[in-house]
Design a protein around this ligand. Structure first.
Ligand SMILES: [Zn+2]
Length: 241
């Protein structure tokens, strides 16, 4: 099924966009280390948003009562959902609904994401069921994130999706939307904040992706140089390219 779709025209340093749409898996990964979630939210500020379906996915888990979480294996995920729900409540994270005239694109994206999923399942020797409701639902947040991004681009804005999911990155690319992942985000933070140490960022990356939003092997950092800013004398030529 190919590799995570990296947009080669995007520099390592963060290039501001009208809106960056984060998907659920990426947000859970960040929320697993609250310090980095805070840094990320501050860094993206008003440009960060989620699609309605991503909000729904987060709130659904946040609503599971504490007493039922252990038995449903939702202790870690529930804690992350609680942190993210608080950010939705206080409007730190904005929610955007896809436009209503995107039904055709919605169907096309649904199909693409399912095909990527099928290919992935095949690669791991798993059986893939075309009417597996959980799988379809699992891609709802990613699909809506891409829809909202295309809406924004259509009206003259700029948008990217933030996802660790390979299929979502590829489906986005086919619609002309660039994807960035957690590795990119931590590298962006390194460029923006010289006090961050690359070893700490690598350790945080590994902790954050141990449970949620695992990044495909082809874009996973092999060492801490992934988070090294080459800025010199205030200029960041390597990172800006
Ligand atoms: Zn840099």
């Amino acid at each position: 099924m190919g590799k995570y779709a990296v947009d080669p025209s995007l520099p390592r340093r963060r290039r501001p966009v009208t809106t960056a749409l984060a998907d659920t898996g990426l947000l859970y990964a960040l929320a697993h280390r609250p310090k980095y979630l805070e840094m990320f939210l501050e860094f993206y500020g008003e440009n960060l948003a989620v699609a309605t379906a991503v909000e729904d996915e987060i709130r659904k888990i946040a609503r599971v009562p504490q007493v039922n979480r252990a038995q449903r294996n939702l202790v870690l995920m529930g804690a992350c959902a609680d942190r993210l729900a608080a950010k939705l409540d206080d409007k730190t994270i904005t929610v955007i609904e896809p436009s209503e005239d995107s039904t055709d694109l919605e169907a096309a994206l649904q199909h693409q994401l399912r095909e990527f999923d099928r290919a992935e399942a095949g690669r791991h020797g798993r059986v893939w069921h075309p009417v597996d409701v959980d799988r379809t639902k699992r891609h709802h947040g990613e699909m809506e994130s891409i829809l909202v991004a295309t809406d924004i681009i259509k009206t003259g804005g700029t948008a990217i999706v933030l996802t660790n999911d390979r299929g979502a990155s590829r489906a986005a690319r086919q619609q002309g939307v660039s994807a960035r992942n957690l590795r990119d985000i931590l590298a962006e933070l390194a460029c923006a904040n010289p006090d961050l140490k690359e070893e700490d960022l690598l350790a945080a990356f590994n902790e954050m992706t141990a449970h949620f939003g695992t990044l495909p092997a082809e874009v996973r950092p092999t060492d801490s140089s992934a988070f090294r800013c080459r800025a010199f004398g205030g200029a960041c030529q390597f990172c800006d390219r």
